[in-house]
Structures are given as C-alpha cells and as structure tokens.
Design a protein around this ligand. Structure first.
Ligand code: SF4
Length: 282
C-alpha cells in the first residue's frame, strides 16, 4: 500500500521581509492583509510541533520571513530546533530561513536541524520577472551549501506565476540537478495585493508537472504537493498521488489557511493510502 508522508510548517517569524518577490505576501512592499510578527515564543512553537506530531506529521518546518539568516535569527532558529528535539521525538526538523552560508548551515545542523528548505522558485530565465532584489544564482548557491555541510536538501518551486512550459521544464531540471531528498511543488495562490494577479495553471498541467518531477527525481525521493493544493487538487487527490506525489503539507501554510489535518487523514484513508510513520522512502 502506498505510504503518504505528512509535513507541517510553522511560520516562526512572519511578514517582515524587505525583498520584492512578486508572489509573496510576506514582502512589506505589497501591504497584503496578513498576520505579521517577529520572533514567536519558543514554548508555543514546541507546543505546536507536538500537535503536528500527534496529527501524523513526520516533517516539521521552521520558516522565517526575510532574505536570509543574520546572527539573531540564526540563534533563534538554533534554540528553537534544540527545544523541539529535546521535547518531541522522531520529528524530522527542516529549517527554511532563506539565503544561508556554510557556517550558518553547519550551526543549524549541530543544533538538531535535519534538512534545509530553499526553493529555486522558478526557472533561471524567468526569475528576474518575479524578483529583482536577489538572484536565482544566489538561491542555487544556498542549495549547494546545504548539501556541502551534510544537511538533507528540500528544494522545489512555484508553478502558475506566468511562466511558460519551457520555464517549468527548466525549473524541474534545475531542481533535479541538485538531487534533493524532498521537493515541494507549490501552485501559485493569487492575492489581490500581489503584483502577479492570476494563476496560469490548470489541473491537467499540474498533474503533468508532478509526473515529470517524479520521473526526474526518482521513486526514492519525497515529492510533496504543498501550497495551492486545495485550489487545484480538491477531489482530485487520487490523480495527484497516482501522478507521483507521495507527500503533502498538513494544516495551515505560511499565510494561507490549509485543510484541517483530520480531514486530510480521513481522505487518505478513504483513498486507500497509509500515513507514513518513518521519514524514509526505503
Ligand atoms: S525573500 Fe522570502 S519572505 Fe522575502 S519576499 Fe521573497 S519569498 Fe517572501
């Protein structure tokens, strides 16, 4: 029976980013109507990690808004990781904190972080259309840094931001060139405040992307459908898993609501899938 891996995310520092990524409500430039806060209380994050674990999450991702890590943010993520590892067993900890150098990543690894998530977002060619404040190459370099310090790499992107079919293929090939352990596929969720006004992707194209990603990345990797799942795959979950997805994000996303974890768990059961209980596809 096919196993599905569940992952949960926690936005531990939200909505205070100076960068101009046109798909992101956390940029302060677009004044999107989202909750914004600096450092969440570590005790609260640990309590939320316990809930995610009890909902079946094997992966738990600590996300901070902003271009990358500075000393204060690094220390905060490291302390949070240590607190979670001390109090919640068998949870794969993923940090997602933007651009990072090798020293910072080594420190996170020593603090209990297992994987680092950094997405390429779109193709190298299209990237300048969606962001002008940092480069695609810088993103790629952070992904290489992740691998060089021995952290697992989680690397994916966003589809439906106005890119062409060729951009989609190029993005998938660039992701595959990094051979990540897991790949989140996000589908753009339009917000009236953002410069990218609509999503140019339909269900059939999204399924095709999952199939291509599955073929390129291989059976033994985690292929996660993350943001935008509800918009495209509600009542099409079986097709999504049959196309090659083997992982989903449960609960809320960074700034948008997700499906309640119980509903996802019931749906997986109805479809005849098992919820994975250990974090490996071996
Ligand atoms: S750097 Fe990250 S948090 Fe900042 S605007 Fe871009 S995607 Fe959003």
């Amino acid at each position: 029976m096919k196993e599905i891996f569940l992952c949960a995310i926690n936005n531990i520092l939200s909505g205070v980013c100076k960068e101009d990524c046109k798909f992101c409500t956390q940029s302060i430039r677009y004044h999107a109507d989202i909750e914004r806060y600096t450092y969440k209380k570590i005790d609260d994050i640990v309590a939320e990690a316990k809930i995610a674990k009890s909902n079946g999450a094997l992966g738990y991702c600590l996300v901070t808004a902003g271009k990358g890590l500075d000393d204060k943010k690094l220390e905060f993520v490291a302390k949070t990781a240590k607190a979670i590892k001390a109090q919640v067993s068998e949870l794969n900890l993923i940090a997602c904190n933007g651009t990072a150098n090798k020293e910072q990543l080594k420190y996170l690894k020593e603090s209990g972080v297992d994987s680092y998530n950094h997405n390429l977002e779109t193709s190298q060619r299209y990237y300048s259309e969606i962001c002008s404040t940092h480069s695609w190459e810088e993103r790629y370099e952070t992904c290489e840094n992740v691998k060089s310090v021995g952290l697992d790499l989680c690397c994916g992107g966003i589809f439906g931001m106005g890119e062409t079919d060729k951009d989609r293929d190029d993005l998938l090939h660039s992701i595959a060139s990094l051979s990540p352990q897991s790949t989140p596929l996000n589908f753009y969720h339009p917000n009236p405040a953002l410069p990218i006004k609509s999503r140019n992707i339909e269900l059939a194209e999204a399924l095709d992307i999952i199939k291509k990603a599955h073929n390129l990345l291989g059976e033994d990797r985690l292929l996660m459908v993350a943001g935008g799942r509800e918009l495209l795959f509600t009542n099409h979950e079986k097709e999504m898993f049959e196309a090659g997805a083997n992982s989903i994000v449960i609960g809320d996303y960074l700034t948008t609501k997700g499906i309640k974890a119980e509903i996802d768990r019931d749906r997986l059961k109805q479809l005849g899938y098992q919820i994975a209980t250990r974090c490996s596809t071996d």
